[in-house]
Ligand binder design. Structure first.
Ligand code: ADP
Length: 389
């Protein structure tokens, strides 16, 4: 065993980038992965295959380790609570984690903390949604409380028939639903911070997140042209949540920005308690990356400096590719854009799948954005004219 041993549940790209940070610090990382081909299992030897719901698999994972953490929210909270009762360090704690796992619980907890949110209602029967729709000009958003990601558990609703299948599943006790007002936001942002058990908190600069079909496509930091009050407002909200829920590790707070006469205001959409897509830019763009910070935070080590290394950072996700593998674009990309930093996750190509990302830093936002987008386009195989050469 090393001086620091961290167990992580999940084997995707977040665990893989956590491994890069752990490797630099010579922190021993062990992962519980869904299959041997998972992104982290391709680069790390200490991986066990199993389900996060399996008490046996999780017991083997935490054996001899200092702390257990996560790269996704799909955990068995009862199992984690038992681990805490047995004396294991689990960060974030199951109590905090339930707010990232369940949107209904999150809304209830954030209401207690008096955090600004869209108007919302828990939907227990069809008539609840009917009433909510009539109170909100016949339009709203309906979400499944658990299991949604990348927009999969989110629907815009103008009529009960738009969610007939979900209402039936709800009646059968298979899903829980909440309704939210349809927020006429100007754009979306993510406030990223980390908190450690001692209470120390560090924030990164606020980022704008651009979605494409419910999936994060691009992240720009700092937020272009933002009112100077916006960053401070977002930090206050993130801090209220991090402290109020006792979050440990990285916390991402996704928010809607509403323009207003007296300046913009923010409404909290959702939370993630782990490194987040909105923070991938920190690998090159911040003195301390979100992955290193997450390790420091869950180990209760002093947190690193979060100052940005350049005036602008833009991250573009590689969502699917026409190539057999996005790395086929390397020679062209590296020739054209030597300043683009590429991360590929080792995933099999599937339509619209998050296969990697590109980050570019610089002085000129337009140039930085154009470079990041063009580099990602090459990895997506969007330019057939060069693939023939
Ligand atoms: P997921 O957990 O699948 O990422 P989110 O709750 O983040 O789902 O919602 C996905 C996207 O749906 C958001 O990024 C936003 O564009 C849109 N959305 C979610 N809630 C609302 C809302 N109340 N009003 C307007 N748009 C919303």
């Amino acid at each position: 065993m090393k001086s620091y041993d961290v167990a992580v549940i999940g084997g995707g790209q977040l665990a893989r980038m956590l491994h890069e940070a752990a490797s630099a610090l010579d922190i021993h990382l062990r992962a519980l992965v869904a299959s041997e081909g998972d992104p982290v299992a391709q680069v790390m030897t200490d991986c066990g295959v199993g389900s996060p719901d399996s008490a046996e698999a999780v017991a083997a994972l935490v054996q001899g380790m200092d702390v257990l953490t996560f790269e996704h929210e799909h955990q068995d909270l009862a199992l984690l609570t038992q681990l805490v009762e047995d004396g294991y360090n689990v960060h974030p704690t199951p109590q905090a984690l339930q707010c990232a796992k369940d949107k209904h619980i999150m809304r209830e907890m954030l209401a207690e903390l008096d955090v600004p949110m869209p108007d919302w209602r828990s939907i227990r029967r069809e008539s609840d949604l009917d009433i909510f729709l009539s109170e909100h000009r016949g339009e709203c958003i309906v979400k499944t409380a658990r299991g949604g990601y990348d927009g999969k558990g989110v629907r815009e609703v103008n009529h009960l028939d738009d969610v007939r299948d979900w209402l039936e599943a709800m009646e059968a006790g298979e899903v829980e639903l909440i309704a939210e007002e349809l927020v006429p936001y100007a754009y979306e942002v993510a406030a990223l911070c980390a908190r450690r058990p001692s209470g120390e908190i560090r924030h990164w600069p606020l980022a704008e997140t651009v979605q494409d079909g419910g999936v994060c496509a691009k992240v720009i930091t700092p937020v272009p042209g933002a009112d100077p009050s916006l960053g401070a407002q977002a930090e206050r909200i993130a801090e209220t949540i991090a402290e109020g829920l006792g979050v440990t590790g990285v916390l991402a707070v996704e928010m809607f920005v509403l323009p207003g006469k007296d300046g913009p205001s923010l409404l909290v959409n959702e939370l993630a308690m782990r490194p987040h897509n909105s923070g991938h830019w920190t690998i090159e763009g911040s003195v301390t990356s979100q992955f290193e910070q997450h390790l420091r935070a869950v180990l209760n080590l002093p947190l690193g400096d979060t100052t940005a290394r350049a005036p602008h950072a833009v991250m573009v996700n590689v969502l699917g590719t026409e190539l057999n593998d996005p790395s086929q674009g390397y020679a062209h990309l590296m020739q054209e854009y030597p300043d683009a930093k590429v991360h590929l996750y080792g995933k099999k190509v599937r339509p619209r799948r998050k296969l990697g990302h590109v980050t570019v830093l610089g002085e000129d936002l337009e140039e930085v954005t154009a470079t990041a987008e063009a580099a990602a386009a090459i990895l997506r195989g969007d330019q057939p004219d060069w693939t023939e050469n």
